[in-house]
Design a protein around this ligand. Structure first.
Ligand SMILES: *Cc1c(COP(=O)(O)O)cnc(C)c1O
Length: 379
């Protein structure tokens, strides 16, 4: 099956009870047994629920993987991955990762004796300098947030294989429509399904997909033992979202390109960060590993004025000023005062998060309205 068919049919068949085409919402905590242990595949909804199960199969299908697991949030999915490790183990992670991932690694897991090295990975060879006999996992996020750096998954996977460490890729920004990390050699692919996969800004959810059966069993054990699952109603919403992932992504990419190109020729704009530009430092890797360049675009204004950037995001009318990304509606954020406000100015500026940086999640509205909105807001 090709991707555009998998989003609609992957891992799903009509419900055996009445032939419902959409997997029904099995809003139940428990399942009747005829004799102790005599059940139809489900006994308690933390351990498994038919609606969640359909979603987990759909996750696996769209990521070209064997096993999918759904969690109550993206962070719960990451939490499960790190729980594969033990005290004394080390992780090499992309430095400009999602802020919540950084907080989970440093504020929760470091106190249990797991060590994290946060490094630039645009040059994959840099990773090898941080690998030793305690390293168990490489954590990659690509494209990165909000600077849109792109990391070579295949080259990173080769390093992971050579040193026998796991490679996990946070595929939230790209989605499986644009890149499928398992096919490029990753062991674990992770999603905040809250974003493009759900796609309608109406749920919080996480996903993991793996090929290896033993790894899947270990992650399932953690999912059930720690209990950070998602409910049947949200599973249904995510299944519904996945069905249009390919058409939404196609439009996100078209609109993203139009917005990036508009901003790039605007006299008041200094830099536009979007991997589709030939001048983007990782453009060749992006072209090789991604089908298209996505709907996330960041930019700075000439003079790098904090107040001017605030005024632009306040002036926007079609773009909503809000955290998050990946929904059908366009959103704008000002990292220096929002997502990255807790990071000291000198620290955030080292990674490019300067005062005038604005991040756009370009939605699927009409391109002309989005450009007109940017035009009136920037002036
Ligand atoms: C939002 C996000 C997360 C966290 O996911 P939640 O669903 O909010 O818990 C992780 N990684 C990336 C890249 C994200 O954008």
């Amino acid at each position: 099956m090709k991707f555009n068919t998998k989003t609609i049919h992957g891992g799903q068949s009509p419900d055996p009870a009445y032939g419902a085409v959409m997997p029904p919402i099995y809003q139940t905590s428990t399942f009747a047994q005829t004799t102790p242990g005599g059940h139809k595949g489900f006994e308690y909804s933390r351990s498994g629920n038919p609606t969640r199960s359909a979603l987990e199969n759909a996750f696996a299908s769209i990521e070209n993987g064997e096993h999918g697991l759904a969690f109550g949030s993206g962070l719960a999915a990451i939490d499960a991955v790190i729980k594969l490790l033990e005290t004394g183990d080390e992780v090499v992670s992309t430095s400009d990762i999602y802020g919540g991932t950084y907080r989970l690694f440093t504020s929760i897991f470091e106190k249990f004796g797991i060590k994290f090295h946060f490094i630039g990975m645009e040059d994959a060879e840099n990773i090898e300098h941080y690998i030793n006999d305690k390293t168990k996992l490489i954590w990659v996020e690509t494209p990165t947030n909000p600077m849109m750096n792109v990391i070579d998954i295949k080259a990173t996977a080769a390093i992971a294989k050579k040193h026998k460490v796991l490679l996990a890729v946070d595929n939230t920004f790209a989605t499986p429509y644009l890149q499928q990390p398992l096919d490029l050699g990753a062991d674990i692919v992770m999603h905040s399904a809250t974003k493009y996969i759900g796609g309608h800004s109406d749920l919080i959810m996480g996903a993991l997909v793996v090929n290896d059966k033993d790894l899947a069993d270990r992650l399932y054990f953690i999912q059930n033992a720690s209990g950070a699952i998602c409910g049947p109603q949200d599973s249904f919403l995510a299944l519904r979202g996945i069905k249009t992932l390919h058409v939404r992504m196609q439009r996100h990419c078209e609109n993203g390109k139009a917005v990036a190109e508009y901003l790039n020729q605007h006299p008041k704009i200094e830099n536009v960060y979007w991997p589709g530009f030939e001048s983007h430092p990782n453009h060749e890797i992006a072209k090789a590993q991604m089908k298209d360049f996505g709907g996330m675009v960041s930019f700075t204004t000439k003079g790098n004025n904090y107040e001017e950037a605030i005024k632009i995001v306040e002036n926007l009318k079609v773009f909503t000023l809000a955290e998050s990304l990946g929904g059908v509606e366009s959103l704008a954020g000002h990292p220096a005062s929002m997502t990255h406000a807790s990071i000291p100015k000198e620290e955030r500026e080292k990674t490019g998060v300067v005062d005038s940086l604005i991040r756009l999640s370009v939605g699927i509205e009409d391109e002309d309205d989005l450009i007109a909105d940017l035009k009136q807001a920037i002036g």
